[in-house]
Ligand binder design. Structure first.
Ligand SMILES: *Cc1c(COP(=O)(O)O)cnc(C)c1O
Length: 348
């Protein structure tokens, strides 16, 4: 795919559906899924629940919707929920938890997405007429702004254990849980078991065109489905979309290892270049973050120069740039990106 003009490292969301997905969509047997009559959607929901070791799962149109309806399912108006400072729902999802559910965020600063259990404990309120009720801990794995770090089972365990001890529920934003599973060499269900609800994206590295899944207990998924309906996310012949999701889950998980390998090569190459620093998290996956501080160049200038060399990436802060590998990036693309950065740095 690197014969296209650009090496597009902006996100794994740019991946296009595979031929197999398109054919499955074309042939999909469908029905009114709002009435539970879409056999393909029913199959995807059962498959997602099984893969995550949960009782039930529902399809939602996006990760944002999945996180929102999960958070809504766990909480009541005026509750407080604990986020890591760089968590996606806190950072990027338009504050829907606040505007649509009246929730107050409590922030714990983590390291590559890992929160210290003591700090989670300290953030949980006791009972007092002055305090909102702390209801939910939200964790993210892999952690996007944390460098694409895959949180280990031990880390997830120690973070969620503290929440449990204090009677909190746990939602896992596992948009890229399969990247985490592949990087850690564990089954996704082993990560999911620490959370009451899990959201994961079909539309990122797994290459489906649309959709996310929310999995959890029957009861929680029924509540999530109720809120999905409220936000207009209940669909009709959605088996057309589910057909691609089934291919994503059955065929596209193992190949994520290739993306991780290419991100590793990219990080290795970039590390050799003077005056830019590469943030390599403890358990890297398909992302590489570089810092352009020392170049006296802000992220936007750097991105423009990259674009001039047909390399696309995104800014993650004034001097922080994110590059993501995915199905359309091969070793040649990695090489082109590394050489482009080399040229930019040598011309400064
Ligand atoms: C992409 C992403 C989401 C949101 O998914 P959309 O489908 O873009 O709404 C949520 N959480 C994380 C960690 C993500 O990377």
């Amino acid at each position: 795919m690197t014969n296209s003009k650009y090496v597009d490292l902006r996100s794994d969301t740019v991946t296009l559906p595979t031929q197999e997905m398109r054919e499955a969509m074309y042939r999909s047997e469908v029905g009114d899924s709002m009435r539970g009559e879409d056999p393909t959607m029913n199959r995807l929901e059962a498959l997602a629940a099984e893969k995550l070791g949960k009782e039930a799962a529902i399809f939602v149109s996006s990760g944002t919707m999945g996180n929102l309806v999960s958070i809504m399912a766990h909480t009541d108006y005026g509750d407080e929920i604990i986020f890591e400072a760089d968590h996606h729902s806190y950072y990027y999802e338009v504050g829907g938890y606040a505007s649509l559910r009246g929730l107050a965020p409590r922030i714990v600063v983590g390291n590559h997405g890992v929160m210290a259990p003591e700090e989670i404990a300290a953030a949980i309120r006791g009972t007092s007429p002055y305090f909102p009720t702390t209801r939910l801990l939200v964790i993210e794995n892999t952690h996007n702004r944390g460098g694409g770090n895959a949180l280990t089972l031990e880390e997830v365990n120690s973070m969620t254990e503290v929440a449990r001890k204090h009677g909190l529920s746990v939602h896992l934003d596992g948009a890229r849980i399969f990247n985490a599973a592949v990087a850690l060499g564990v089954d996704a269900s082993e990560i999911a078991k620490f959370a009451d609800t899990v959201q994961f994206c079909l539309s990122k590295g797994l290459s489906a065109p649309v959709g996310s899944m929310v999995a959890g207990s029957k009861e929680l998924i029924e509540r999530a489905a109720h809120f999905r309906k409220i936000v207009g996310g209940d669909l009709r012949q959605s088996g057309v979309l589910a057909a691609a999701g089934i291919v994503a889950l059955e065929k596209m998980v193992d190949r994520l290892a290739d993306d991780h390998h290419n991100a590793f090569l990219l990080a290795q190459g970039l590390k050799e270049i003077p005056r830019i620093s590469v943030d390599i998290p403890p358990n890297p996956t398909n992302m590489v973050f570089i810092n352009t501080d020392e170049l006296q160049m802000d992220g936007t200038q750097f991105l423009n120069k990259l674009r001039g060399q047909n390399i696309l990436a995104v800014a993650y802060g004034p001097t922080r740039v994110r590059l993501v590998t995915h199905r359309h990036i091969d070793e040649e693309g990695v090489q082109r990106a590394t050489q482009a950065v080399e040229r930019i740095v040598s011309e400064v």
